[in-house]
Design a protein around this ligand. Structure first.
Ligand SMILES: *[C@@H]1O[C@H](CO)[C@@H](O)[C@H](O)[C@H]1NC(C)=O
Ligand SMILES: *[C@@H]1O[C@H](CO)[C@@H](O)[C@H](O)[C@H]1NC(C)=O
Ligand SMILES: *[C@@H]1O[C@H](CO)[C@@H](O)[C@H](O)[C@H]1NC(C)=O
Ligand SMILES: *[C@@H]1O[C@H](CO)[C@@H](O)[C@H](O)[C@H]1NC(C)=O
Ligand SMILES: *[C@@H]1O[C@H](CO)[C@@H](O)[C@H](O)[C@H]1NC(C)=O
Length: 330
């Protein structure tokens, strides 16, 4: 299914650049925003000027928050029509963000058929544009870009266990991959593939993804051939999160190839692999805890690195309406 020119056969090596040392004592974190009505915050992206963009599954409005103030205000960027929810958000060109907008059935907690629209929000133009619509029962949770391919948006379908491709120029959508490692292992509202991100490893690009219900972190080699996204046959499960019952949500990859993962019920975990690229991935709790009993990090949903004046911080959103700033030091 995949040409060797795109994906070399050797997939195991994960070369690591010199990394930021990780203090054993843990990282300092602070709740910089608490929604007064505990609005469920779902996903986060960061603009170059350091402002945060926040989505909620309980609102059709894309919000912005100034991370330099404590308990600032959620200001509306845009409210999307015929929608109740926004899930993933990703920047695919400088200052141009794709967001996954849909109508949620509040009884079944599933996305209503034919309602998932990927919109483009370009901060240099007034009105958001439709980039593409997902077909039938498809839904979108996390969104991702492929470095070097701004014409492609990837969407994680947590219900069908699928990764969708949306062509931002033609609006065409197609299924990239459907796999057991992406399916929920329990009936709705259990979620399968949730966060997804593409990272460069040596000469290859890999799609990393979490599966919330299965508690796994996995990857598959990925590439684009003539505008069509293709993945390798082999999907590697890198880690089963511990203890059982931890549900990884969205995450961010750092330049050293490590994943900073928002984990339910209430932790930020760092997943990393030893420098030589062999050996197994390990899991370390950076903030919150595995019981979800830290009031400073409840129902972690996504994570993103700060930019501009906030570049030494990592921001975590939570289902309890929090934005938590984690100080990365340096
Ligand atoms: C932020 O607001 C919440 C209520 O919305 C409040 O409980 C909390 O103490 C405030 N934090 C600070 C640092 O003022
Ligand atoms: C919203 O839904 C209405 C009724 O189905 C439809 O007429 C309208 O075109 C929709 N608007 C958008 C922007 O999709
Ligand atoms: C979704 O759209 C497809 C194609 O237009 C249509 O066949 C199907 O009936 C629609 N489903 C619902 C539930 O409206
Ligand atoms: C869409 O989902 C509904 C409800 O779960 C199901 O009855 C229907 O068969 C599904 N349609 C397709 C095309 O999978
Ligand atoms: C990784 O493991 C493989 C197979 O066990 C071995 O051939 C290779 O030399 C190892 N690489 C490093 C960098 O240790």
């Amino acid at each position: 299914m995949f040409t060797s020119s795109l994906i070399p056969l050797v997939l195991v090596a994960l070369p690591m650049a010199l990394g930021v040392p990780i203090r054993k004592s843990g990282f300092q974190s602070q709740v910089i925003y608490q929604s007064p009505n505990s609005l469920f915050l779902e996903n986060i992206a960061v603009r170059a000027d350091s402002n945060l963009l926040l989505t909620s599954v309980a609102s059709p409005t894309l919000f912005t928050l100034d991370p330099t103030t404590i308990n600032g205000t959620l200001d509306a960027v845009h409210t999307f029509p015929n929608a109740t929810s926004i899930t993933g958000i990703t920047e695919f060109l400088p200052e141009v963000f794709a967001v996954a907008v849909s109508e949620l059935d509040t009884t079944t907690r599933r996305t209503k058929p034919n309602t998932t629209v990927i919109w483009g929000v370009d901060f240099s133009t007034a009105e958001p544009q439709t980039l593409g619509r997902l077909p039938g029962n498809a839904s979108a949770n996390g969104l991702a870009t492929i470095p070097g391919h701004p014409d492609v948006i990837l969407a994680a379908d947590s219900n069908l266990g699928v990764v969708w491709q949306v062509d931002t120029r033609s609006g065409a959508t197609r299924q990239v991959i459907k796999d057991a490692s992406m399916l929920p292992n329990a009936p709705p509202p259990a979620l399968g593939i949730n966060g997804l991100h593409v990272a460069q490893v040596g000469n290859s690009q890999f799609l990393y993804f979490t599966n919330s219900a299965q508690g796994t972190f996995s990857r598959v080699a990925i590439g684009v051939e003539m505008g069509v996204v293709k993945t390798a046959a082999e999907i590697q499960t890198l880690l089963n999160l511990q203890p059982d019952g931890q549900a990884p949500d969205d995450f961010v990859m750092d330049p050293q190839g490590r994943a900073w993962v928002a984990v339910h019920p209430g932790a930020l975990d760092l997943l990393s692999v030893p420098r030589n690229g062999n050996g197994s991935w390990s899991q370390q709790t950076i903030a919150g805890n595995t019981q979800g009993s830290d009031p400073g990090l409840l129902q972690a949903t996504s994570a993103a690195f700060g930019r501009g004046s906030q570049k030494n911080a990592l921001f975590v959103t939570t289902g309890a309406g929090q934005v938590v700033k984690v100080n990365m030091g340096v």
